[in-house]
Design a protein around this ligand. Structure first.
Ligand code: ADP
Ligand code: ADP
Ligand code: ZN
Length: 223
């Protein structure tokens, strides 16, 4: 793929805190791909008070997985928007084998294909610390961390100069434990699913953010 290719579609697979959102934003800037985060779409639905949002709210607060039907419908709608022609980074989707099967079908129906699945390998033990220290710019959504990624100037977003930041309600130790459990029970089996398809590339996501994005570029054939 090169920066001018228009249809590389990639899945970022990894537990909560692996760095999917962080790397998706970097890939977006580098290669012009579109980030499709089901977590962001669901939080948007909750905030907007849609039926899907109402059904998802309590499940998300408890760290469980929202039902496949709701998530697949949201992805289906998002893939009907024209900007996805630039190529999509699936961030946090699919999370179950049923969602992976549904994605195969959606992509076929829409004349799209899946190019690479990047499995972000991390130590579970480090994920609680990553998530507990996570915060984002309220204005532009840039992600930060209390120790691993601070803004260059304290209290000011590197990307947009914003001065307000927020933390997610579900980024607490108790909920994180539930989310990691859900990952191992429901999502980790996708590694075998995509390994069988020959599209899986594993990278070390415990390295520094810049090194991880270099591995990502390599995996996309842009090293
Ligand atoms: P993280 O990036 O920390 O893993 P996300 O923002 O991807 O968190 O997801 C937040 C919450 O939204 C999840 O804990 C889950 O409740 C819900 N969610 C997001 N994506 C999915 C999905 N593909 N299937 C089911 N639930 C999802
Ligand atoms: P995910 O979307 O997979 O849940 P995030 O991209 O939100 O994960 O990253 C979780 C937290 O860890 C954020 O605060 C982020 O700044 C930080 N982070 C991301 N990648 C790394 C890394 N390679 N090393 C250290 N911290 C990281
Ligand atoms: Zn910002």
């Amino acid at each position: 793929m090169s920066a001018t290719d228009t249809a590389t579609n990639v899945i970022l697979l990894g537990p909560p805190g692996a760095g999917k959102g962080t790397q998706a934003r970097i890939l977006m800037d580098k290669f012009g791909l579109v980030q499709l985060s089901t977590g962001d779409l669901l939080r948007g639905a909750v905030a907007a008070g849609t039926d899907a949002g109402k059904a998802a709210k309590a499940v998300m607060e408890a760290g469980g997985l929202v039902s496949d039907d709701i998530v697949i419908a949201i992805v289906n709608d998002r893939l009907d928007e024209p900007d996805v022609a630039s190529g999509v980074i699936f961030d946090g989707f699919p999370r179950t084998v049923a969602q992976a099967g549904a994605l195969d079908k959606l992509l076929t129906d829409k004349g799209m294909s899946l190019d690479v699945v990047i499995s972000m390998e991390v130590d579970d033990a480090a994920m609680v610390e990553r998530i507990s220290g996570r915060y984002t710019c309220a204005k532009c959504g840039e992600g930060y961390h209390d120790t691993h990624k601070k803004p260059a100037k304290e209290g000011v977003c590197d990307s947009c100069g914003g001065t307000e930041f927020k933390r997610r309600a579900d980024d607490n130790a108790e909920t994180v434990a539930e989310r990691l459990k859900a990952y191992h029970a429901e999502t980790a089996p996708l590694i075998a699913y995509y390994s069988d398809s020959g599209k899986l590339k594993a990278i070390d996501a415990m390295a520094d953010i810049n090194l991880v994005s270099q591995s990502m570029a390599d995996a996309l054939g842009n090293g």
